[in-house]
Design a protein around this ligand. Sequence first.
Ligand code: ING
Length: 294
Amino acid sequence: MRRLIALLERAAAHGCRLVVFPELTLTTFFPRYFLPSPEMAEKYFEREMPNADTQPLFDRARELGVAFVLGYAELTPDQRRFNTVCAVDVDGTIVGSYRKIHLPGHAEDRKMEHQHLEKYYFEVGDVGFPVVTLAGLKVGLATCNDRRWAETYRVLALQGADLVAIGYNTPVSGVPGMNPEPHRMMEEHLLSVRAGAYQNALWVLAAAKSGVEDGQRLIGGSCIVTPGGDVVSRATGDGDELVIGAYDPGVAEPFRAEMFNFSRHRRPEHYQLIVERTGVGEPVVAAIAGGHDD
Ligand code: ING
C-alpha cells in the first residue's frame, strides 16, 4: 500500500489524472503455484473493495484527485473467484469493475516449479468488457492475456473507449508448453498492445508487475501506446516506476476518420464465424464458382 500511494503521489505531482496499476496488484501472482485446493489460496483473495487494507489508497487518491485501476483476486459472497480490476474515479468511488475473461494456461497440476493455473483458481469473467468514465475519459478495462486477443480491443472500441487500461503479470519464460527465448516475451507483449491500439485507434496503457516475484522473473515493459500504435513512453527498469504519457484525443481522429472508420468500413455480415465458433472448424466460405477462364 505504501509503494502504491508513493507512486500515486508522484503521478499527481506530475499532473497525472489516471493511474493504471498491474494485474493482481495486491498479491503475488499465486497462480504460478498449485495448491491442493483452490480454497487454500483464499488468503490471496479480497472479499470486499475497498477494505481496511486498501482504504488508504482510495482516500489518498481522492485527496489527490487521481483516478486509478487496481487489480486483485476477488472472492464474492457466493464463493465465486475472479481475477478482477476495479476502476476508481477521481472522487474515490468505484465506477466499474472487470473480471478477466481470457484465462491462459491450464487447470491441471503440471508438477512444475512455476505453472500457470488461472483456470484452476478463477472463473471466466461474467461482466463482459466494460467501458467506464475515469477522469472524464472513456476507459476500457482488460487484463493481461486479454491483450493478446484482437476481440478484446474491438469490443471495447465499439463501445466508444478512447483508452484501454491493461495490467499484466507476464513471466520472462517457463510458461508451461511455451519456452520462448526470454526476449520474445517482451516482443510479443509489445506486438500485442501495439496491434490492438493501431487496429482500433485506441490509446493503450499497459502496466506490468515486473521484476523477480517469489523467485519468478516477470517482464517489465509497462508502456503507453498511441492510437497509431506507437510506444510513446516505456518503463526502463523492472522496479517501481512511473510511466507517464499525455493523452491527446486528437491523435485518434485521423485514424477514426479514415482508415479505421468502423461504421464506413466494417462488414459484420461476413464476420459471423468469429462469434459462432470457439475453435477451428470446417471451411464454410465456398470458393468463387468458375475459377479463371482458360
Ligand atoms: N498471462 C501472461 C500473459 O502475458 C502467459 C503470461 C502467457 C501465461 C501465455 C500463459 C500463456 O498472457 C497472464 N498473466 O494472463
